[in-house]
Design a protein around this ligand. Structure first.
Ligand code: AGP
Length: 621
């Protein structure tokens, strides 16, 4: 998730663009860059790894007078393809310097396009997927049927790209024009008087205009100072767009109109799951190219450890079910803070999966170091490109959900689960424990999950109403079985860390071994029901658990599959989620628990982005 802004008008474009990047740094801060058009034959570009301040220092050193112009664009990066370095920072230019591009998303078919360009003698200078787009536009503008036509050249290239992308192009020979395209990632036009903006979100231009237009799927907008024109990728106008007036203030705009980043990040989960999957299935096979473990290595492993902390540990617990089911490899899931002190048995045939959103968690980093000392191979699952844990690991699989600002992990958790499934399928594929068509079938079902997650988000008003009823409870218990058990643990953690309320997750089968003594009249218990079409025995046993606790006065809040009428008589409150394959249900059942905890905390008057005593990244042991 990156921050993009483009401007055409009468103001100093550099000032407009840099201010916009500052307000969009929450979308990514691995690097930043600007491109300013002043009529010269080359577009003036400056870009720098790290925070925006690094770019501003570079601009000052270069002399801002060299970036005079009233047309420009900028980019603040959350790295997916290519490490967060200067050479991978956007904007990228073609070899002549006359064409520039900034990009948010993933160009899935960049590898064949890169090969085509290199075969034609084009020298690519970065590791990014983005760069192929600018060279292709440059070549289309230089010769062939769209020669000399900037818009037509851009359209001809857009029609060749696969993946999810927002792309913004400028051309030195057209200093008053910007061409931008949208497929599956956000792009919005800011409509000013004598000036136009395009951006990833309205925070980029909210101080100049509140009149905006949201583009639709596979649409292109051409902006000039006097207006904008929207077409499809074939250049046909008359496509549907959504004009709207921004009624948020700047602070709310950064949070997508919500009071807190966490609430925005809960809503970003469908996109996060979708983007984490993009590019990882090609030609009938799981492709984890950036993870760098060859199939032969994947075949050599005889054991898997998963090490992590907090919510990432709960994601690891879920990984166990999928990996063992698909590969028959034994998987041990360990709290990173305990792992190295118990002297685990590791060797070169051991795969250690280290899960960390920040990639900086000290406990997990030390567990990685211990594993490496024992000659195990380490695969990091991380949301932060270039962080310490992936740097010290043998391989990495990045989740792609952009910066998670809220301290409580939500979209990172769901995308970690998603990445775990990819690792499990890659292992099964390499080891032949699942046939290619079975792997393809599982991946296809995974690709259907973002839409189902979006449907679960529609239960938010109902969940919030239930949460307010129990906001003053002294404790809440969470029950689950099988993959519902780690979900119960995660739900309890959310309530603890956000509402400062005692909460505990249990495996349903454990009730009779002690916890049922906790049940008393009015005690709220949230139950995560498995699908009745999955492991029927689990469903019936958990139903028995519900009856047992209800008979002792518990107030039952049941999360169950739509149409599961058997639970209805025992649910004081029933939250229905769509049907999903057993292993993938956590992507759905977790979401109401996130919403529940956030609402209880807000009802109690707490800041859910910054819970007391907690930090987003625990870099001390
Ligand atoms: C979860 O909501 C917490 N923010 C915390 O438990 C977190 O998951 C844990 O600290 C691990 O962080 P990491 O994923 O960045 O390593």
């Amino acid at each position: 998730m990156c921050g993009i802004v483009g401007y055409v008008g009468y103001r100093d474009a550099l000032g407009v663009v840099v201010d916009a990047l500052r307000r969009m740094e929450y979308r990514g801060y691995d690097s930043a860059g600007v491109a300013i058009l002043d009529g010269a034959s080359e577009i003036a570009v400056e870009r720098k790894a790290g925070r925006l301040a690094n770019l501003e220092a570079e601009l000052a050193e270069a002399g801002v007078a060299n970036f005079a112009g009233t047309t420009g664009m900028g980019h603040t990066r959350w790295a997916t393809h290519g490490a967060p370095t200067d050479r991978n920072a956007h904007p990228h230019r073609d070899t002549t310097g006359a064409v520039a591009v900034v990009h948010n998303g993933i160009i899935e078919n960049f590898a064949p396009l890169r090969h085509e360009l290199e075969s034609a003698g084009v020298e690519l200078r970065s590791d990014t997927d983005t760069e192929v787009a600018v060279h292709l536009v440059s070549r289309a503008y230089t010769s062939g049927p769209t020669a000399g036509d900037f818009v037509a050249s851009a359209l001809s290239v857009l029609r060749r790209l696969e993946g999810a992308f927002t792309l913004v192009f400028t051309h030195a020979e057209h200093p008053g024009t910007i061409v931008a395209a949208r497929r599956s990632t956000p792009l919005v036009v800011g409509v000013g008087k004598g000036e136009m903006f395009i951006a990833s979100d309205v925070t980029a231009f909210i101080e100049y205009t509140r009149d905006a237009v949201e583009l639709g799927q596979d649409q292109v907008v051409v902006i000039t100072a006097d207006g904008y024109a929207v077409t499809d990728f074939d250049g046909n106008s008359g496509v549907p767009t959504r004009p709207f007036t921004i009624d948020w203030d700047l602070a709310a705009a950064e949070k997508g109109g919500h009071d807190y980043f966490m609430l925005k990040e809960i809503e970003e989960q469908p996109a996060g799951v979708a983007e984490t999957l993009i590019g990882h299935f090609d030609n009938g096979r799981i492709v984890l190219d950036e993870q760098r473990l060859a199939d032969q290595e994947l075949r050599e492993f005889d054991k898997v450890f998963v090490v992590a902390c907090g919510s990432s540990y709960h994601a690891g617990l879920l990984a166990k079910y999928a990996i063992e089911h698909w590969t028959r490899l034994p998987v041990e899931v360990e709290l990173a803070s305990e792992f190295r002190y118990r002297d685990p048995v590791l060797d070169r045939s051991t795969l250690v999966v280290a899960i960390s959103q920040s990639g900086e968690t000290a406990d997990t980093l030390e567990a990685v170091r211990h594993a490496k000392e024992q000659k195990a191979r380490v695969l990091a699952i991380c949301n932060t490109n270039g962080a310490q844990i992936p740097r010290e690991s043998d391989a990495v699989l990045y989740t792609r959900t952009g910066p998670e600002i809220g301290v409580a992990s939500t979209k990172a958790f769901l995308t970690q689960i998603t990445a775990n499934y990819l690792v499990g399928l890659a292992l099964a594929q390499a080891r032949g424990t699942k046939y290619p068509d079975e792997v393809a079938g599982e991946f296809a079902q995974l690709e259907a999950m973002p839409e189902l997650v979006a449907r679960v988000l529609e239960t938010a008003p109902q969940v919030r109403e239930i949460a307010r009823r129990f906001a003053r409870a002294s404790t809440v218990l969470f029950l689950g079985r099988h993959v519902g058990y780690p979900v119960a643990l995660e739900g309890a953690l959310k309530l603890k860390e956000l509402a400062y309320m005692h909460a505990e997750g249990f495996a349903g089968g454990e009730l009779k071994h002690g916890p049922i003594a906790l049940i008393e009249d009015g005690l709220p218990v949230i139950v995560v029901m498995p699908s009745p079409k999955g492991r029927a025995v689990l469903h019936s046993k958990l139903l028995s658990n519900i009856r047992e606790i209800q008979a002792r006065g518990a107030r039952t809040i049941v999360i169950a599959e739509e149409g599961d009428d058997t639970v209805r008589p025992f649910a004081d409150h029933l939250i229905e989620i769509p049907a999903a394959p057993t292993l993938f249900q956590p992507l759905l059942s977790t979401v109401p628990l996130q919403i529940f905890a956030a609402e209880v905390a807000q009802t109690r008057g707490y800041d859910i982005d910054k819970p007391r005593n907690l930090a987003k990244s625990v870099t001390v042991e």
